[in-house]
Design a protein around this ligand. Structure first.
Ligand code: PLP
Length: 485
């Protein structure tokens, strides 16, 4: 394959390769499933360094255009998942954040989002809730589950959770590439509890911990409560900046790296296999644990690389997952994968905190998994989320000002919009709310609330609702741009 390269151009060569391939994919010159030339072949043909090609492929992967199959190469994703509007020139300029105090009020944001959910007619783009549909037979499963556990409800249960549920969950995780058994699992009250158990066990006040910046504010809240100190490493379009990470691993010797490697909250970014390998190698080199949070597992539109935990041969990675985003947050069923020496201390933490997860909730999830409908349910969710994501991309393209840029996630529930600094998101949110559209300024996602102007938008709504809501936001943003721009 020939790719014309202009070595004098200000645009870096890896971006020239990315742009060319991206155009060819969108034009349909490459079809879904086609294999791209190997890194070595392309580097040789166009006479560039292999690293340059790796860089270009990594960005194409982060853009959702291609995916890697370990050992086989890079392949084109189905066109249906590739948006026609590919304005993902998301490239925020951001520094490492080391906040004194984050001052986020998780309580306030959380209560507000639950409140908004119950307001009829409101369009809520701010929350982390999945769309409430698709669980037709839940009542039947719940009745079956109740029958099975009625006797045991008079007893306390084991802290690690029910064996059948652990076995079913382990089977799912083995399919993702994890080498584990049911005995490595602890069922938790949502993954939020898993995060809390791990952080409370491994962090002392004053310890350093690395997070992505921006990241899930529920985790920032846990860290702040412990009194540990955060190093917020900027998220780029391909994930946490690894060069900066290495500098801070060297200088601050953090105990833990917290990462949402797939469909990150709030950006929706999925890191590449290579990024995962490098992150793990750095954690090994600087003897630091990784806490991998895979809360959005199962919501990807196209294949994603295996979790970092699947690459881990030395118990360096602890992994959390949840059924909140794929089934129902109200069930409060999540899980921790803690292999080797991590298992018993974390099981003790679980026992200490609340003995065990509700027997009824565990039985309902287990019944659902046993019914064989989970896979089908995920397919349904993915298809519905994909059309919602595309509707949101289209609406952003139609109504948002030109200065806005956004990520194009390969699944999950959110995309992340970067906006010009002069726009006041607080007053925008107030005005939007008076028109029944709820958004929350993105600052709480940054450690210490130190970041750029951004909004996390939940796209799991019907397309016509998205169009209506984004139109309102676009109109208000354009008024703000005129006022302050
Ligand atoms: C990245 C991430 N981790 C964990 C959670 C907690 O989810 P749950 O406790 O419902 O499993 C969330 C919820 O929004 C999240 O976005």
């Amino acid at each position: 394959m020939k790719i014309p390269i202009d070595r004098q151009a200000p645009k870096p060569i890896y971006l020239q390769i990315r742009d060319r391939l991206s155009r060819l994919i969108k034009l349909g010159t490459f079809k879904a499933g086609d294999r791209l030339p190997s890194i070595r072949t392309l580097a040789k043909t166009i006479q560039v360094n292999k690293l340059t090609v790796i860089e270009a492929y990594s960005i194409l992967e982060a853009d959702g255009l291609i995916h890697a199959r370990p050992g086989a190469g890079y392949f084109i994703n189905p066109l249906s998942i590739i948006s026609q509007q590919t304005k993902s020139n998301f490239a925020p300029i951001q520094e490492v954040v080391i906040p004194d105090n984050s001052n986020i009020s998780f309580m306030e944001i959380y209560q507000l989002s639950v409140q908004v959910k119950s307001k009829p007619g409101a369009i809520d783009f701010s929350s982390g809730f999945p769309i409430s549909s698709g669980l037709k037979n839940l009542q039947r499963h719940a009745r079956r589950a109740m029958k099975q556990v009625t006797e045991t409800l008079f007893n306390y249960d084991f802290p690690q959770g029910q064996e059948t549920l652990r076995q079913q969950t382990a089977k799912m995780l083995i399919q993702l590439g994890l080498e584990i058994s049911a005995n490595d699992l602890i069922i938790t009250n949502g993954s939020k509890q898993g995060l809390s158990l791990v952080m409370n066990h491994y962090l002392q006040p004053g310890d350093w911990i690395v997070t992505e910046s921006p990241t899930y504010y529920g985790t920032l809240d846990i860290i702040e409560n412990i009194g540990a100190k955060i190093i917020g490493i900027p998220m780029q379009s391909s994930g946490m900046n690894l060069e900066l990470l290495e500098q801070y691993l060297k200088s601050h010797r953090p105990k833990l790296i917290y990462t949402v490697s797939t469909l990150q909250n709030p950006t929706g970014i999925t890191t590449t296999l290579q990024h995962r390998q490098q992150l793990l190698a750095l954690a090994e080199q600087y003897e630091c644990l990784i806490l991998e949070d895979n809360a959005y597992e199962g919501l990807n539109f196209a294949p994603v690389p295996p979790p970092i935990k699947s690459l881990d041969c030395s118990d360096r990675v602890i992994y959390t997952g949840t059924f909140s985003k794929t089934l129902m947050p109200g069930l409060r069923v999540g899980y921790l994968v803690a292999t080797g020496k991590h298992y018993h201390p974390l099981l003790k933490q679980k026992l200490f905190h609340d003995l065990h997860v509700s027997t009824v909730s565990q039985a309902i999830v287990s019944e659902y998994l046993a019914s064989g409908q989970y896979r089908h349910h995920l397919n349904h969710l993915q298809a519905s989320n994909l059309s919602s994501r595309n509707a949101m991309l289209q609406a952003l393209e139609n109504y948002f000002p030109d200065e806005a840029t956004w990520t194009i996630p390969n699944g999950g529930l959110f995309l992340w919009v970067q906006l010009p600094p002069e726009i006041s998101l607080v007053s925008l949110a107030h005005q939007a709310w008076s028109e029944n559209v709820f958004v929350y300024p993105g600052m709480p996602f940054f450690p210490g609330q130190k970041g750029y102007n951004a909004l996390r938008l939940n796209f799991s709504h019907p397309p016509e609702t998205i169009d209506r809501g984004i139109k309102v936001l676009g109109k208000l943003l354009k008024q703000h741009s005129i006022l302050f721009g």
